[in-house]
Design a protein around this ligand. Structure first.
Ligand code: PHE
Length: 352
């Protein structure tokens, strides 16, 4: 009887120990504790059965089961310690620390081109110019012909272009990625009657080798004003006010002759160098002046082409590169930064 009971205890010890060794989590350990050491667990059951034995056996077996209980309790405590330590270590590896403050998700910001386009539009807004946009894939007619650049005109060489083919539909007139935003002059004039005052920001594309000042895709800002009695003084006054608003009240502007087939007379506008105040430095290539845009009085041929009588209506147009203005404003030395998608560059403008 006693031997039997001792065998039972031995078995129980082996079984409890191997079950304990299997426990990998605090939850399974708790389950184990209830099964073996709990009030209705295996050890308690053995102890409860001692009542029917003689005194000697009761004493021996009582002591043996008590020893076993203490032993298992010790081993259980060690195992709890071991499992908690390894769980903590695991949590550290996976980076879960619930006491850490939350992390802010990264915030997007406006692209420097968007920022300068908005700033330029805001400079023209008080003078009554509103913003319109047009198609980036354009008809040859709008990109060239209606701007007084017929098929054989040598000025087309300036705009070596990216053509879009429609091989399956030879009847479609030639399309190209617009080489400038000037076709929108025509589209606006065809749709509206003067007075007209618009700013047209948008992408332009040229078949071009890229370098620090040239990109094959860039952003232009076109301007057009048409009304009765508009003269060259209006062109100068408007663009002078724009230059002062973007580059500072003390800026001087200079207009010199330039050629664009859709204006007559044509001009380029420069500002005196904001870096050296006209003394001559690296920014202005030691000339004291920085060219910022092309402009001119809308050519009578262009006006006639959209059905306006050049004896009644006149106006001026201008076009500038948005990135170029941003480069000058921010001291950016390479236009290729704009579209390299390098966040280290783009982030610098987020606060503006
Ligand atoms: N479209 C011209 C260019 O791309 C710029 C321009 C616009 C010049 C309007 C005069 C008037 O170079």
């Amino acid at each position: 009887m006693t031997n039997n009971n001792q065998n039972t205890l031995e078995k129980l010890k082996e079984e409890a120990r191997s079950a304990l060794a299997e426990c990998e989590s605090l939850a399974s350990l708790e389950e184990w504790r209830i099964n073996y050491l709990g009030r209705r667990g295996a050890i308690s059951t053995v102890m409860g059965s001692l009542g029917g034995l003689d005194q000697d056996s009761r004493r021996t077996l009582g002591k043996a089961s008590n020893d076993l209980k203490i032993l298992l309790q010790d081993e259980y405590d060690d195992k709890v310690q071991e499992v908690s330590v390894s769980q903590n270590a695991e949590n550290q590896v996976t980076g879960i620390d619930v006491t850490l403050p939350g992390r802010n998700p990264p915030q997007g910001s406006f692209h420097p081109t968007t920022l300068i386009v908005r700033e330029i539009a805001a400079a023209f807004a008080p003078m009554g110019f509103r913003v319109v946009e047009g198609p980036e894939v354009e008809l040859d007619t709008y990109n060239f012909q209606k701007l007084n650049i017929p098929a054989d005109h040598p000025a087309r060489d300036m705009w070596n272009s990216l053509w879009v083919d429609y091989p399956n539909d030879p009847d479609l007139r030639p399309f190209l990625l617009r080489t400038h935003t000037s076709p929108m002059q025509i589209r606006v004039m065809e749709q509206e009657t003067p007075p007209i005052r618009v700013i047209v920001p948008g992408k332009a594309f040229r078949y071009e080798a890229t370098d620090a000042t040239h990109e094959w895709q860039f952003t232009q800002i076109e301007g057009l004003a048409i009304d009765k009695g508009i003269g060259f003084a209006d062109l100068k006054g408007t663009l002078d006010a724009f230059a002062k608003s973007i580059f500072g009240e003390t800026r001087k502007t200079r207009f010199r002759c330039d050629f664009f087939p859709f204006v007559e007379p044509g001009a380029e506008m420069s500002i005196d160098c904001f870096k050296c105040d006209g003394e001559g430095c690296r920014v202005c290539s030691h000339t004291g002046w920085i060219e910022i845009l092309g402009a001119g009085m809308v050519h009578p041929e262009v006006l006639r082409g959209v059905g306006y009588d050049p004896n009644i209506y006149s106006g001026f147009a201008f076009g500038m590169g948005a990135e170029r203005i941003a480069m000058l404003r921010q001291g950016i030395d390479d236009i290729r930064h704009f579209y390299a998608n390098d966040l280290r560059f783009l982030k610098q403008f987020s606060q503006q």
